[in-house]
Design a protein. Structure first.
Length: 188
């Protein structure tokens, strides 16, 4: 399967809620295979279907923890529960994240430290993930994409102004803007 281009912040599919997957078909399985290839080529730790132009409630995730243990999967039609976020300013060293839809940049963002995500895998079996820390951040980030929210939409005013300057400088923010993971240079 071919690696798919990532839609960069202005594409309308990124700003609208995704539709539920009605049935897991060979087309859905092929999409998920492509999503894993795209996520790995980027490289990224998660990818939502809207990021590759498909408005469906699917995301993939892949992360290796400090002990080198792999954590990888797909969630179809996920639901998210989380503990309330601790008030205060995010720590730029511990709470910064990036996004393949705004590649090459990282900004501090406060997220819940613990979440539960339920949904289904590619075989239609129930999935339940109870995670904390970085894994919780990954799942919240990908879930946001399914609701039409980019992490940059959650930034404070100062960081948002920086995002706008970067987007203008790079010519992003227009529908159809895209980059090919593993191919396009982000430093241009």
């Amino acid at each position: 399967m071919a690696v798919r281009p990532i839609r960069i912040m202005g594409d309308p599919v990124l700003h609208a809620p995704a539709a539920p997957v009605e049935q897991i078909t060979d087309e859905i399985r092929s999409l998920v295979t492509d999503m894993f290839e795209t996520m790995d080529a980027a490289p990224g730790v998660g990818l939502a279907a809207p990021q590759v132009g498909v408005p469906l409630r699917i995301f993939t995730y892949s992360y290796e923890d400090d002990e080198g243990l792999p954590w990888r999967g797909v969630v179809i039609n996920p639901e998210l529960w989380m503990l309330p976020t601790v008030p205060g300013e995010p720590d730029p060293d511990e709470e910064s994240e990036g996004c393949l839809s705004f590649p090459g940049e990282r900004f501090p963002l406060r997220r819940s430290d613990r979440v539960r995500v339920t949904g289904h895998d590619l075989e239609g079996r129930p999935v339940s993930l109870d995670v904390e820390g970085w894994r919780a951040r990954i799942l919240q980030h990908e879930f946001d994409h399914l609701d039409g929210v980019l992490y940059i939409d959650r930034l404070d005013d100062g960081e948002w102004k920086t995002v706008q300057k970067i987007a203008r400088k790079r010519g992003w923010g227009r529908p159809g803007s895209a980059w090919m993971p593993g191919v396009d240079d982000l430093d241009a």
